[in-house]
Design a protein around this ligand. Structure first.
Ligand SMILES: [Fe+2]
Ligand SMILES: [Fe+2]
Length: 456
């Protein structure tokens, strides 16, 4: 599948899911909203101009349409989330729609989805209800049986989503206020950081999973929050106290605040920078130091956070920036933020011109290339926390099956053997039921990571 095809499916597929979601909501509120269903149908028709069929697969929190994973980002994750809840409530794991589908099938289909699931057997109940309607070109297939532990995970995931969305909103408000020269509500930021710390202490993996919701448009804000989450994860592993984690998280959230004083065009420029632009960008650590010093609302001058903003690009051999005239060692908090920052920046889509690296390669580069200037102990601590293959990484197994990493192996000796969900067989054909496999017990081996397109 070419990158163009992937993009088309992601674009059209994303719009389609939104149309489904809007239909679900509208039908719930007003029984007859023809316009919405017209729209859903025309999106579907548009999709069939490009693809012969439509197959939607739900794997954990991820959607695949015709084997292409849809990008989850902040603008769509609650929409997609509600749609997936509607499907999984009825035990549906897959949806196959035939190109012959008629406009008149949507209203009955959506209404059946909206009804409360049959308690005894949700999936069977749905099938029976559908059989009494004129729906004939939409086929539903059951999801893999959910086990009890997954239900607990689901609650943690919902809490993590809430904390994450709220924190990104706070980061956005604060950084925007800063840029407009308005006073920053430090209390609000502190509360957001506390939320992140509490959530990480409560269920670390759920919060780490949130960092895969990287949106291009929201990059600056999600980046700040992601760096905060990763820093707290590392700090917790280094046995910092809760108070120290708050301090660390706060500095991490503010680490790039100096960028608010750098020309936005330079920050968002897609290609390479000229020497002058690069010099301007390199001012952001110093600008951050000054901005934090001037910021009101802290009980004390936030020295620790100022230092973190100032030192996060310094590198441990001081070959980074700002330059130093005398010998020094960047502080522990700064070295932690540098690692969190390096990982998030390396794996994020910052512009359409820039291809992110697979997470395992970013980690490897950070660990093995001394010129990157990261603290090795901290990189190793981070790898122990996120796994060599962080949650959400798509991998190819030695059996040539494709799988999504669903859980990091808690045993440090087996980091390269996470829990995965196998989603397609050796021929690239999607499994009707994704197969949950613990690679530490199973014998299959990850041979490499892959990008979003599943079929080659
Ligand atoms: Fe920075
Ligand atoms: Fe950064």
């Amino acid at each position: 599948m070419s990158p163009d095809d992937t993009r088309v499916i992601q674009d059209l597929g994303g719009r389609l899911l939104t149309a489904f979601y809007v239909s679900l909501r509208s039908l719930k509120l007003y029984p007859v909203v023809q316009q919405v269903l017209d729209d859903l149908h025309s999106q579907m028709t548009e999709f069939f101009k490009h693809e012969g069929g439509f197959e939607l697969q739900l794997v954990g929190d991820f959607f695949f349409i015709n084997e292409t994973r849809l990008r989850l980002d902040l603008s769509n994750f609650s929409t997609f989330g509600s749609f997936s809840t509607a499907l999984s409530g009825h035990g549906v794991g897959e949806l196959a729609i035939d190109a012959k589908v008629k406009r008149s099938e949507w209203a009955p289909f959506i209404s059946v989805l909206l009804r409360d699931p049959n308690e005894a057997d949700p999936f069977q109940g749905l099938i029976e209800r559908l059989s009494k309607t004129p729906v004939e070109h939409v086929e539903v297939r059951p999801e893999a049986q959910a086990q009890e532990p997954e239900l607990i995970e689901r609650d943690a995931m919902a809490a993590a989503k809430g904390t994450y969305a709220q924190s990104v909103k706070v980061a956005k408000d604060v950084l925007t206020d800063m840029r407009l020269g308005k006073a920053v509500n430090v209390r609000k930021v502190k509360r957001a950081v506390q939320g992140i710390v509490d959530q990480v202490l409560d269920n670390e993996s759920s919060m780490v999973t949130m960092t895969t919701l990287r949106g291009f448009d929201e990059y600056t804000f999600t980046h700040s929050v992601n760096v905060c989450i990763f820093s707290v994860v590392i700090g917790q592993r280094l046995a910092l106290t809760k108070m120290q984690l708050y301090e660390l998280g706060l500095g991490a959230l503010f680490h790039d605040i100096g960028k608010m004083n750098v020309d936005a065009e330079i920050i968002n420029k897609p290609g390479g920078l000229t020497d002058e632009e690069w010099d301007a960008l390199k001012q952001h650590p110093t600008e951050g130091l000054i901005l934090l010093f001037d910021m009101h609302g802290f009980a004390d001058v936030p020295y620790r956070q100022m230092l973190m903003a100032y030192e996060h690009h310094m590198k441990i051999d001081l070959s980074g920036y700002p330059e130093n005239t005398r010998d020094r060692k960047p502080g522990l908090f700064s070295r932690i933020v540098a690692v969190a920052d390096g990982f998030d920046a390396g794996t994020s889509v910052r512009s359409y011109q820039y291809e992110p690296w697979p997470p395992d390669e970013v980690l490897k580069e950070m660990r093995d290339n001394p010129r990157r200037g990261f603290d090795q102990l901290i990189v190793k601590t981070f790898i122990n926390a996120t796994g060599v293959y962080p949650v959400g990484t798509l991998v190819i197994l030695d059996t040539l099956e494709r799988a999504v990493v669903s859980k990091t192996n808690p045993d440090v000796a087996h980091l390269h053997q996470p829990m995965v969900k196998i989603i397609s067989d050796e021929m690239g054909i999607p499994l009707t039921e994704p197969l949950q496999v613990d690679l530490a017990l199973n014998g299959r081996v990850i041979i490499k990571t892959t990008n979003e397109a599943l079929a080659s």
